[in-house]
Design a protein around this ligand. Sequence first.
Ligand code: NAD
Ligand code: MN
Length: 358
Amino acid sequence: MRTHKIAVIPADGIGKEVIAAGLKAMEALQARCGDFAMTFEHFPWGSDYYRAHGRMMDADGLERLKKFDAIYFGAVGDPVIPDSITLWGLRLPICQGFDQYANVRPTRVLPGLTSPLRHVNGPELDWVIVRENSEGEYAGHGGRAHRGFPEEVGTETAVFTRTGVTRIMRFAHKLAASRPRKLLTIVTKSNAQRHGMVMWDEIAAEVGREFPDVTVDKMLVDAMTQRMVLNPASLDTIVATNLHADILSDLAAALAGSLGVGPTGNIDPEGRFPSMFEPIHGSAFDITGKGIANPVATFWTGAMMLDHLGEHAAAKRLMTAVELITRDPANHTPDLGGNASTAKVTDAVCEAIRSSNE
Ligand code: NAD
Ligand code: MN
């Protein structure tokens, strides 16, 4: 039997709640499919671990994660511990250490959900956002001088390399070419940012020549936000920098109904290291512990993980189950305007998996 070794890192806040839900769905799937197995090893890393041990993850953490086939991740972020410690102590070291340079974020309006866009009923919004995930604005370059003095200066330097931009452009073109519309929108801010962003434009044009069947158009990020709202059907595959795509993909998830339905894969396309799958949302302090976190993003990201592992039938079965249960408003959590609990939605998905046909 095919076996996949999964590292599980629920981390903080609702990350723990949605990963517990996701694992139930994975167990139901294994039982229903019967032709593959997953072993789960849990890592207690995160903000509570930091409080106890003074670090977000163990020093040999990456070394230990290396032997897994994939990582199933919840969210990091704590009301007290600064994000510079939590995010930079756990999630970013994994993304950067494993060179997961392609962050893939599909967005669709699932059946039964309502887009806040009144002209969208479903099929008009079907996007994949590709986020450059290894450099750019989140490269960590910058500094502060004269801290606390009136002349204090803080810099946040975006770093773009030819290697980094070329590989994400190739990845995005390939992905666009694999989708029916073969349409790629390249987002920059190269009017105001005249160095790295202009390099994006140049490299985009070079890589574009390798993919003559992909139709490419270019947008500035500010204008892109209005196009996403006013003309969603004109978009398909989208590629943008680490910061721009971070922002655009939260908007995209909201336009598809809620941040609680947006999945993501942090992918190492070369397969040298494990890739990491997580919902796009954070730890959501405002609803932690209330049992109402929407687990749909975590189910969907689980389906992305199964696809990545080559378990396409299981991935499809999981998404079919999700798309069956979202049709019923009784399975909508409060972020979707309903009053279902995480547990209710999870039970519904597991039941739909158990009773699914071939
Ligand atoms: P957030 O995504 O945690 O929450 C934003 C809003 O969306 C909140 O009102 C929250 O209740 C709601 N929401 C998010 N996910 C939901 C779900 N599954 N179901 C229902 N409602 C949901 O963003 P934030 O409040 O800006 O950040 C909180 C913390 O999370 C911060 O420390 C931030 O740095 C961190 N964060 C981590 C990640 C990550 O781990 N990948 C991503 C984003 C934010
Ligand atoms: Mn984000």
